[in-house]
Design a protein around this ligand. Structure first.
Ligand SMILES: [Zn+2]
Length: 432
């Protein structure tokens, strides 16, 4: 029983169940059951779980295995394989097997869809027979479809097809008369010669095309060679340019570092220059002071060397009899020069920073004729010393006394403040 197609179903058949109901389950997949048999089967299925399972197995075979078989048959028919599965062969071998094993009917014959008695068979054979019937129906339908499509294809091998299909293929072709055939052959020969001629021309054209393509290929190859040479040359130039760029960058870096060094150096030099400039300015000032001192010394030497020199120290005396700041010192050479030193002129009430100290020469008793001798200039700011010089002999000849006023609005034409440091000049020379 190794090759029995119902082996899987048999495994689910319990011993206690009547074979009759298993056969009914198998036949229920076809239209072979009477209404009475349907009623019996349904009644039994309602109380027997194992038969329900068997019926479900048969239904499953019909639902899944047969469509798959149909597809297999269709593919086999497309490929025209010689080992196509044949319904007729399978049915014949099944019947031969039944005959060989001498299976006889055990029950009374009953009406059936087929010529032999289904009930007389053991249930595996009955199942196989049902399967064959259904498969035959499906195969016949597929065969019809295939036959219709293949009849449209002319001159295909037909050895594996059925008789009906062979008849169908040959029925449409009418017999050909012999004269027509030779005429057709001549015509065909002419056509073939023309085709041969055109093919020869095509071959010539193709050869020309091939030559052209070979020439183009050679051109392309030489161009490619030139390109690769150019490429090598360009790469050489590129590497040269890169080397140059690297050199330039190195030089630039060196220059930058030199620049930063020289920048620091120039900063240092600048500082030195500033120092030197400052010290030079200081020296200039010292020189100017020395020159000024030399000038003074010269004046003093001239004064001291001159005859008729009158030197006077002048103090203003307060009401309480004490001497006051400021005080003055006069060097007067009669009719030649007057040098008036005044100290601490700003050390008195009412003097502002902007005040001008002005010297006057008195001419007679009339104060209306006081002569302007000029404005004092500050000789030494630290020592609070102011100086006025006059070398005008005409002016000096007219005056007999000198004094100082504080002028709040700059140099004045008339003395406006009270006289300070008044001293007479018409005195006997006291030096040397
Ligand atoms: Zn049962």
């Amino acid at each position: 029983m190794d090759n029995d197609p119902n082996q899987g179903v048999q495994a689910f058949a319990p011993a206690h169940c009547d074979d009759y109901f298993i056969e009914l389950c198998a036949l229920s997949t076809t239209d072979a059951l009477t209404s009475e048999q349907w009623r019996q089967l349904e009644l039994h299925l309602s109380i027997c779980a194992s038969c329900r399972e068997i019926k479900a197995q048969y239904d499953g075979v019909i639902a899944t295995a047969l469509p798959a078989l149909a597809v297999h048959l269709a593919q086999a028919s497309d490929g025209y394989t010689s080992d196509s599965w044949s319904i007729e062969q399978a049915e014949a071998s099944l019947m031969a097997r039944i005959d060989r094993e001498n299976i006889s009917p055990e029950k009374d014959p009953q009406p059936s869809a087929r010529a032999f008695n289904w009930r007389g068979l053991p249930w595996p054979y009955a199942g196989a027979a049902v399967f064959l019937i259904v498969a035959a129906c499906a195969g016949y339908r597929i065969g019809l479809l295939k036959g219709r499509s293949s009849s449209e294809i002319a001159d295909l091998p037909t050895s594996h097809m059925g008789n009906a299909q062979r008849d169908l293929n040959h029925s449409g072709v009418p017999p050909s008369p012999a004269p027509l055939m030779s005429e057709q052959r001549t015509k065909k020969e002419v056509e073939l010669r023309q085709q041969l001629q055109s093919s020869g021309m095509e071959v010539v054209q193709l050869k020309e095309q091939l030559n052209r393509l070979e020439n183009e290929l050679a051109d392309s190859n030489s161009a490619l060679d030139r390109d690769s040479q150019n490429h090598a040359e360009l790469e050489r130039q590129l590497s040269l340019a890169q080397t140059n760029a690297q050199n330039l960058e190195d030089k630039l870096n060196a220059t930058v570092s030199q620049n930063s060094q020289s920048g620091a150096q120039s900063q240092m030099l600048q500082a030195q220059v500033s120092e030197l400039t400052a010290s030079m300015r200081e020296k200039d000032q010292q020189i100017a002071q020395h020159e000024e001192l030399l000038d003074h010394d010269r004046d003093i030497r001239n004064l001291i060397g001159a005859r008729d020199l009158y030197i006077a120290e002048i103090y203003d005396v307060a009401k309480n009899g004490k001497t006051q700041k400021p005080f003055g010192r006069v060097f007067y050479t009669k009719g030649k020069s007057l040098v008036f030193y005044a100290y601490d002129l700003d050390q008195q009430p009412g003097v502002k920073l902007a005040s001008t100290f002005q010297a006057w020469g008195r001419k007679g008793i009339d104060q209306q004729h006081d002569i302007n001798l000029g404005v004092f200039y500050q000789d030494d700011q630290n020592k609070k010393r102011w100086i006025l010089k006059s070398n005008d002999p005409i002016t000096l000849a007219q005056i007999d006394a000198v004094f100082v006023t504080v002028e709040p609005n700059g140099e004045s034409s008339k003395p406006s403040g009270k006289p300070l440091l008044f001293t007479y000049l018409r005195l006997t020379p006291n030096h040397p």
